[in-house]
Write a protein that binds this ligand. Structure first.
Ligand code: ADP
Ligand code: MG
Length: 391
């Protein structure tokens, strides 16, 4: 789950990670009132959308008067902001963050993610603040300092020194930077974050380290421990189909192809997308219907897949380990009565009672339900059907 910059900064403040003063606004009047509260003389009007790259996309404006704040707020609210991280249509700006303008002396990058290979959080820091970190990692990886923290030991002073030395900070700034990184590490750990990123972290002309930007994502599996973070969820930023799927316990991720996929188990779902690609097609989605697939989950699956107008065929790939294939076959037939499915559905069922399942589908004799003999046959047929070929 992702949150907005203003929400990340709220969390930062709780952990004493310094940020510029600021207030969120949903209208021009509120933006102006916030600017007056801050006092000036320099304000920054920042569009609150989950995507990054707002500055380059025109979503971060420096204002030198209350009139300018008002002007920028009017222009930004209600616009569809396009950045390299949004879709081509952009994201609707519904909220702004009005922040005091900071005199920047130096820009850094500071982030924490989980290093899955080492099974520990890793802090990354760089002097190349304000730039795309992915680009730096690709072109000049030596410019990123990485310090892994063993969660059982926690953030120690030597971790801070390692970061500060790596960044070539003058001696008098080391302990301040170290305290900043430690505070951020605590915000990351205590909230079960999966990512926190400050780009840029700046040193102001008065020598203070401040988080000018803030991005945070959380581990969905730990959200039950953090109701105050769940309350920060902004559904308007999420894909409506993905949201509906999650309400029914289905993991759905929309993709750009035209072969819909309904699979049980995340691993098999990944494998299914690979084989569709291998057969020359492109998956329209990832969909894991979970271990206990039955008629109503399959029906919901069909409904969700078919909300995507690009879908030209559906590949049902279910391995009956705990669930029996005959029950799934009956479930598929029942589901087609609940939901109108007007694209070819290629069904590959394997595992317990697979033979009976094929018989059930065959004797139902529904024109657009086609049984596959195995995985590659199924993928091939689904790809051919999506291209409009007879299967
Ligand atoms: P994004 O990463 O989405 O482009 P940022 O919050 O990083 O958005 O803002 C973009 C740029 O705007 C920053 O790199 C910084 O140069 C400038 N900026 C942002 N907030 C402030 C601020 N409070 N004071 C001065 N400059 C700012
Ligand atoms: Mg930024």
């Amino acid at each position: 789950m992702n949150i907005h910059e203003y929400q990340a900064k709220e969390i930062f403040n709780r952990y004493h990670v310094p940020t510029p003063r600021g207030y969120v606004a949903s209208s021009v009047e509120e933006a102006v009132a916030n600017a007056q509260k801050l006092g000036g003389p320099l304000w920054v009007v920042k569009a609150q959308i989950h995507a990054g790259g707002r500055g380059l996309g025109g979503g971060v404006k420096l204002a030198r008067s209350i009139e300018e704040v008002s002007e920028y707020a009017r222009a930004l609210l209600g616009m569809h902001l396009i950045t390299h991280q949004t879709t081509a249509e952009g994201t609707l700006v519904q909220k702004l963050y009005i922040e005091e303008g900071v005199e920047i002396a130096d820009e850094f990058y500071l982030g924490i993610v989980l290093d899955r290979a080492q099974e520990m959080p890793v802090i990354m820091a760089s002097r190349e603040g304000g730039m795309e970190i992915e680009k730096i990692a690709y072109e000049t990886p030596e410019k990123i300092i990485k310090v892994t923290i063993d969660p059982f030991i926690g953030f120690q002073p030597y971790h801070g020194r390692e970061l500060a030395f790596g960044l070539n900070l003058p001696k008098e700034e080391m302990s301040r930077f170290s305290a900043f990184a430690k505070a951020l590490y605590e915000a990351y750990m205590e909230n079960d974050a999966s990512m926190v990123e400050i780009n840029p972290l700046v040193r102001t002309k008065s020598g203070v380290f401040v988080a000018l930007d803030g991005k945070m994502s959380f581990d969905d599996n730990a959200l039950f421990r953090h109701p105050e973070i769940v309350a920060m969820r902004d559904y308007s930023e999420e894909n409506p189909i993905e949201k509906e799927a999650s309400e029914y316990g289905l993991s759905y991720v929309k993709l750009n192809g035209n072969v819909g996929c309904m699979v049980n188990g995340a691993g098999l779902a990944m494998g299914t997308m690979d084989i569709i690609d291998y057969m020359g097609g492109e998956p329209a989605n990832f969909l894991d219907v979970g271990g206990g697939a039955n008629a109503s989950t399959v029906a919901k699956g069909f409904e969700i897949i078919l909300k995507d107008p690009n879908v030209k065929s559906i590949f049902v790939n279910i391995f009956g380990g705990i669930v029996r294939c005959d029950r799934i076959a009956n479930g598929i037939l029942e589901a087609t009565k609940m939901v109108k499915v007007d694209v070819p559905v290629i069904v590959r069922l394997d595992g317990t009672n697979a033979k009976e399942a094929v018989e059930i589908l065959k004797s139902a004799n529904i024109k657009n339900i086609i049984s596959a003999t195995d995985l590659s046959d199924g993928a091939q047929k689904a790809v051919a059907a999506a291209k409009g070929a007879l299967v």
